[in-house]
Design a protein around this ligand. Structure first.
Ligand code: NAD
Ligand code: TYD
Length: 354
């Protein structure tokens, strides 16, 4: 079958990537979606069970740093668009192991860029390299210190955000130096189904379910700006099709929460859904040593995306967080498969020969 487009989505077995893959596979049967993922600890094909047999979907287990394999994928599938999400994504892990972050996030991105450049060979017509990044590259805001705009200077503090900042610069350099059509977007914290339970929201939901402590870093006064993951995926779809080449767009829902306030909401909602009397799990809160270099506040100004492309988040936070908590409680086998480590054994056996 001839496909209208052949799109490479990297990191499609991860949290956000799986929502993007699902959206594109279902919405665009005329496109072939090639999901390239290494299946690190964060990759989980169970996130894509519902679309794995779709005729316009292909999964390839590979490392984005493996340049020869990436080049082969470009030529084998005639890739004309890239949506690049593969990355090491957890700040705490980056503090313990910064090298892995530099390797995947910086060198891996460069490997993809170079493979795209070789494959497209100066014919940029109908091509796009779209890089998914984070608001964390902008650094930290004061408690009452305004918002990150597309003009805010990069000031990353963690090895994670430093590696993402570097990859953003490489992507822009391929536009400026070679003329490659590129777009970069910087999004705020995502939440929703299929997030790996090392991140605040799924970790805390799971710990409440098991009556385990809820480790709050520092005083819990750090602020994050939360966006429902499907709204991010919709923004990516819109920008991939309608975004202006060489532009940057910030993505966020103007939805700031102090960690401690969010944690109270999670406890209250989870207790209600579990049938516990109100306040049952409050005693699980445990203030622990702060994260090194913990950014105080992130807050995204996404007015450019709204005014130029008409994007707005579709879900109110109250609705989104309840939906999310309900999803994790209703999908306990998904969570247990991860916490037991079973999911990794399965892939190692299945993809041993690749
Ligand atoms: P995730 O950790 O859930 O998933 C990352 C995926 O990338 C996994 O499937 C993993 O197997 C894959 N991967 C890792 N290293 C790889 C490699 N070397 N080769 C191929 N695949 C590899 O991450 P996420 O939260 O879904 O984030 C996706 C992207 O969005 C990242 O680039 C991240 O920086 C960005 N982002 C995330 C957030 C957020 O709140 N989670 C916010 C803004 C931007
Ligand atoms: P996280 O989900 O790791 O996202 P990020 O660090 O990329 O913003 O953390 C969200 C916030 O919650 C952040 O301020 C750190 C804090 N946090 C805790 O207090 N305890 C935890 O166990 C975790 C994982 C995070």
């Amino acid at each position: 079958m001839e496909f209208k487009r052949n799109i490479l989505i990297t990191g499609g077995a991860g949290f956000i990537g799986s929502h993007v893959v699902r959206l594109f596979v279902n919405k665009y049967p005329e496109y072939r979606i090639v999901n390239l993922d290494k299946l690190t600890y964060a990759g989980n094909l169970a996130n894509l069970k519902d679309i794995e047999n779709a005729p316009n979907y292909v999964f390839v287990r590979a490392d984005i740093c493996d340049f020869d394999t990436v080049c082969r994928i470009f030529s084998e599938y005639g890739i004309d668009g890239v949506i690049h999400l593969a990355a090491e994504s957890h700040v705490d892990r980056s503090i313990k192991d910064p090298f892995t972050f530099a390797r995947t996030n910086v060198l891996g991105t460069l490997s993809l860029l170079q493979a795209a450049r070789n494959s497209w060979n100066g014919d940029w017509n109908g091509k796009l390299f779209y890089h998914i990044s984070t608001d964390e590259v902008y650094g930290a805001l004061k408690a009452d210190g305004g918002f990150f705009t597309e003009e805010t200077k990069y000031d990353p503090h963690s090895p994670y955000s430093a590696s993402k900042a570097s990859s953003d610069h490489f992507v822009r350099s391929f536009h400026d130096t070679y003329g490659m059509p590129t777009i970069v977007t910087n999004c705020s914290n995502n939440y929703g189904p299929y997030q790996f339970p090392e991140k605040l929201i799924p970790l805390f939901i799971n710990n409440i379910r098991h009556g385990k402590p809820l480790p709050v870093y520092g005083t819990g006064e750090n602020v994050r700006d939360w966006l429902y993951v499907e709204d991010h995926a919709r923004a990516i779809d819109l920008i991939f099709h309608k975004g202006k080449v060489a532009e940057t767009y910030n993505i966020g829902g103007f939805n700031e929460w102090r960690n401690i306030d969010l944690i109270h909401v999670i406890i209250k909602t989870a207790d209600r859904l579990l049938g516990n009397p109100e306040g049952t799990s409050e005693h699980l809160i445990k203030f622990v040593t702060d994260r090194a270099g913990h950014d105080l506040r992130y807050a995204i100004d996404s007015r450019k995306l709204k005014s130029e492309l008409g994007w707005e988040p579709s879900l109110q936070f109250e609705e989104g967080i309840e939906k999310t908590i309900r999803w994790y409680l209703d999908n306990q086998p998904w969570m247990d498969n991860i916490t037991s480590g079973e999911y990794e054994k399965y892939y190692d056996e299945m993809y041993n020969n690749r």
